[in-house]
Design a protein around this ligand. Structure first.
Ligand code: SF4
Ligand code: SF4
Length: 405
């Protein structure tokens, strides 16, 4: 006999731990004040559009594929809203039993515990958008004047109201994923289904009493409230086992309960969606592997094409920018290729850039004027990140007056 309840509670425990630690390990955070996107150890700058695009598309398609294949498994097993709502209900009913003779005291303890838990959960939730140590410092200073402070107070209040009163009603009223799931599911999607060809149901209604959403699965497997958690499967199996009969509710692939040849049903829609997911996953992998932690840009300044110096040399102006997106200091050295006799006038070479900083500057390149027969000479500026030994080459043009050959 399967024990979906036990499996769910174990998964809930694992998911709670993951939800609570992810922002502290910088695994995933949209850091609004710093304008950074932390993604599995990478600190991405908000202007790294390509990587962020692939990361978001990959996550979105991961949700779509899991919904098409496994229905609302996310709702029943992985969603923090569901996990903490069930925990709040379990606490409420436990306190209700313990303080049966003093219900007001029981309620007061319940609201006290949910209040403390709400402050903590709101802190963790906001840590997905603000660095947690930064946030803790603001809280220690009771900084509720800034927008972050006011948002923090609002999130705490909403969390408290949610886990005190709204709880699983959120899933059927406010959560867009439940509605989206209705559109994504098809005839092969995994769902919880009631089947009673032998008319074995004894109308005990244990499946209804144990359903966290308070519905009767016998009405239809497609009720929007049903999160396909499998609790009713356990309930029915437990009751009918006493009569030595199998349960009437089970997980099934679609209403017709197709038996897939492999672990999951395979059809064109699933193949295409999985291929798109893999495509975005590959795009993300390539974008991450091509990423340089230190981003260097070099561009010409063409307000004046060139100027001829009294020293017999021709001067061209350029500018550079260096963004150090790593957590280590960086040194970037500039040099020239394919421009014989040229020198570079840069105030400090190599250029030092602190972690998380961006610097910009200008430099001049000069070359002897004598003997130049081409108006435009192609050359390149080489930027070497000395700490990582990574080189970037920037093809440039040097402009000078020409001499007749
Ligand atoms: S638990 Fe099973 S037997 Fe009881 S009402 Fe539900 S489906 Fe029928
Ligand atoms: S009907 Fe069954 S599967 Fe659906 S939410 Fe209720 S207990 Fe979970």
């Amino acid at each position: 006999m399967a024990n979906w309840h036990q499996l769910r509670k174990r998964v809930h425990l694992g998911c709670s731990a993951i939800f609570l630690v992810l922002p502290f390990l910088n695994v995933i955070r949209f850091d609004i004040p710093r304008q950074r996107f932390y993604f599995f150890g990478y600190e991405l700058w908000i202007n790294e559009f390509g990587i962020i695009f692939f990361a978001l598309m990959f996550l979105m398609f991961a949700i779509v594929v899991s919904s098409v294949l496994f229905g609302r498994v996310y709702c029943g097993y992985l969603c923090p809203q569901m996990i903490f709502s069930e925990a709040s209900r379990a606490l409420e009913s436990r306190l209700g039993r313990q303080f049966r003779s003093r219900p007001r005291l029981g309620r007061a303890i319940f609201y006290g515990v949910v209040g403390v838990a709400s402050v903590f959960l709101a802190f963790v939730f906001i840590s997905y958008f603000v660095e947690p140590r930064d946030l803790a410092r603001r809280l220690a200073r009771l900084d509720i004047h800034t927008a972050a402070g006011i948002s923090g107070a609002a999130v705490t209040l909403l969390t408290f109201l949610d886990f005190s009163f709204l709880r699983l009603r959120f899933c059927t009223t406010a959560c867009p994923y439940g509605y989206l799931q209705g559109m994504l599911a098809d005839g092969n999607t995994l769902l919880v289904q009631y089947r009673d060809e032998q008319h074995a149901c004894i109308e005990c209604k244990k499946c209804v009493r144990d359903c966290p959403m308070g519905i009767d699965i016998r009405q239809s497997p497609f009720q929007i409230e049903c999160v396909h958690c499998g609790e009713c499967i356990d309930s029915c199996e437990t009751i009918l086992a006493r009569l030595k009969k199998p349960g009437l509710i089970r997980y099934a692939w679609g209403e017709a309960d197709h038996r897939p040849k492999g672990p999951v049903p395979v059809d064109a829609k699933r193949v295409i969606l999985t291929a798109v997911l893999l495509l975005y996953g590959m795009g993300l992998f390539v974008a991450l592997s091509m990423r340089h932690a230190v981003l260097v840009r070099v561009a010409p300044e063409r307000a004046q094409l060139y100027h001829a110096g009294a020293d017999g040399r021709v001067y061209n102006d350029f500018r550079y920018s260096i963004a150090n997106r790593s957590r280590q200091p960086a040194m970037v050295a500039f040099s020239l290729d394919y421009l014989p006799g040229a020198t570079m006038n840069l105030a400090s070479n190599p250029v030092a850039v602190k972690p998380g900083e961006s610097v910009q500057g200008n430099f001049q390149i000069s070359a002897p004027a004598a003997g130049r027969t081409e108006f435009v000479t192609h050359f390149s500026v080489r930027a070497t990140n000395l700490s990582e030994r990574v080189e970037d080459n920037f093809p440039m043009t040097f402009i000078s007056p020409t001499e007749a050959p």
